[in-house]
Design a protein around this ligand. Structure first.
Ligand SMILES: Cc1cc2nc3c(=O)[nH]c(=O)nc-3n(C[C@H](O)[C@H](O)[C@H](O)COP(=O)(O)OP(=O)(O)OC[C@H]3O[C@@H](n4cnc5c(N)ncnc54)[C@H](O)[C@@H]3O)c2cc1C
Length: 425
């Protein structure tokens, strides 16, 4: 769908007159968080416009980001509420076990999803899904929702918020009127900047190398996180895929390999054969021989936390509000918790026929989401600092910590609840 401005007074296919569109909720940014919010609101019949500066074609392409996401048990419920879980299920690999190992120490922690059966009815810890496939499911779901207009490519360049309404302008001059604007536009959020909301930010001296591998043995649903001095090295189970050539399937896993930036340059610069050699050395033989499938991607790692999530007729969700270290695979899961609460508040108010830009609603959202996000941000930051070093007393404390978690069932349960996105209890 394009956003080319129509001739004045003519009504175009999107129903805009004089280049103006109207909706109740405008979502700036159609990343994984923004599109999930659009689908949840659209399922409730709310008129929504979601605008993203990238075309759908570019975002659906294989080399777009190469990433997978660990969708926690809690996030699965959010996607289900948006009508997205069922179409994703065939491409979702269950995480049945999690193993955490520390550098070269013999101790490791093992979490088995069956230990949580009383709370989760035997459900896995979560599922690994390719981001590209989540996006495709989102595009298809939005196409079926009559009250949602998905504009892409469409860059929001200006936002004017008053007591009465929101008016946004797209790069092509189209005007959009709404009761509330949601900033789902990622770390560099223009919605956040437009509201002059400051943020705390720091960068880690770490880059993540992300790629998909094929391996000889099946992974049996095991997610492995190996803490190395340079940062975590994660091997996440993916669905099998038909082999590119010949019969049979490739067993697949997703790799998130953290390195210092210069070492990341080195590994990314290796030939495929040498990279495969380095991978096999790093992984040992628990999956048999491994080899790279497709491209390698690089992500510099850092943290960002907005000082506020709301302003007049505006709320931030996902990475526009908070971005964390991927050490625990929780970034999008937090964004989906934002989506769950905000959609519930907006849908309840819409049912009562009330203004969606209400200050009370915004205050509730801020009050209930900030502590959860701040806690996860601090926890993942601490974990990364604790594990990504060789300092001897810290290594000893880590060993003790792993042993304690392994031996104390309530503590172990606490970590498993976090992994499942079930929150504090
Ligand atoms: C290596 C790595 C591994 C990760 N693994 C996991 C994991 O296992 N589990 C997990 O939960 N999380 C994980 N994350 C985090 C997760 O990927 C992100 O939190 C999530 O993708 C952020 O989604 P978002 O929709 O908030 O933002 P984004 O994906 O950044 O989307 C923002 C969108 O806004 C659009 N946009 C920006 N400005 C404008 C504008 N002015 N007008 C219109 N559109 C605009 C952009 O085009 C973009 O599509 C990982 C992150 C990394 C780096």
């Amino acid at each position: 769908m394009t956003t080319t401005r129509s001739a004045t007074c003519a009504q175009d296919a999107l129903g805009r007159k004089d280049g103006t569109l109207s909706c109740r909720v405008l979502i700036v940014g159609g990343g994984l968080a923004g599109l999930t919010l659009a689908a949840r609101l659209g399922k409730a019949g709310l008129p929504v416009i979601v605008a993203d500066r990238e075309s759908k074609k570019a975002r659906a392409a294989l080399p777009f980001d190469g990433r997978t996401t660990a969708i926690s048990f809690g996030s699965q419920q959010v996607l289900d509420g948006a009508g997205l879980w069922r179409p994703l299920l065939p491409d979702a690999e269950p995480i049945l076990d999690i193993r955490i190992a520390d550098d070269r120490q013999p101790l490791f922690l093992h979490f088995d999803h069956r230990e949580m059966a009383s709370e989760s009815d035997g459900a896995p810890f979560g599922h690994i899904i390719e981001n590209r496939l989540i996006r495709l499911a989102q595009f298809a779901a939005l196409d079926d929702l009559k009250s949602v207009t998905h504009l892409a490519p469409a860059t929001v360049t200006a936002i004017d918020r008053t007591d009465e309404a929101v008016a946004a302008t797209l790069a092509d001059g189209t005007q959009i009127k709404a009761e509330i604007v949601i900033g789902a536009d990622g770390r560099g959020s223009m919605v956040r900047q437009d509201a002059s909301i400051g943020f705390r930010r720091w960068r880690y001296n770490q880059h993540a190398i992300v790629c998909t591998i094929a391996h000889a043995k099946p992974h049996a649903g095991l997610a492995l996180e190996h803490f190395m001095p340079e940062g975590p090295f994660a091997v996440l189970p993916m669905t099998d895929a038909p082999k590119a050539k010949g019969a049979g399937v490739d067993h697949r896993s997703s790799i998130v390999w953290t390195e210092r930036p210069a070492r990341a340059d080195y590994f990314l610069g290796l030939s495929v054969a040498d990279f495969n050699k380095a991978l096999n050395e790093r992984m040992g033989d628990y999956l048999g021989r491994v080899r790279l499938l497709g491209d390698r991607f690089r992500y510099p790692l850092g943290v960002l936390h907005a000082r506020r999530y709301t302003d007049m007729r505006m709320a931030l969700i996902g990475e526009a509000a908070h971005a964390i270290h991927p050490i625990a695979g929780q970034g999008l899961n937090l964004g989906l918790r934002d989506v769950a609460l905000l959609s519930e508040l907006l849908i309840d108010r819409a049912r009562l026929g009330l203004d969606l830009g209400d200050r009370g609603l915004l205050a509730t959202y801020e009050r209930r989401r900030r502590p959860d996000n701040a806690t996860m941000l601090a926890t993942t930051d601490l974990l990364n600092r604790l594990f990504s070093n060789r300092v001897l007393p810290i290594r000893a404390a880590r060993g003790l910590g792993l042993e304690m978690v392994g031996r104390l069932p309530p503590l172990k349960r606490f970590f498993m609840r976090q992994a499942m996105g079930l929150g504090l209890r």
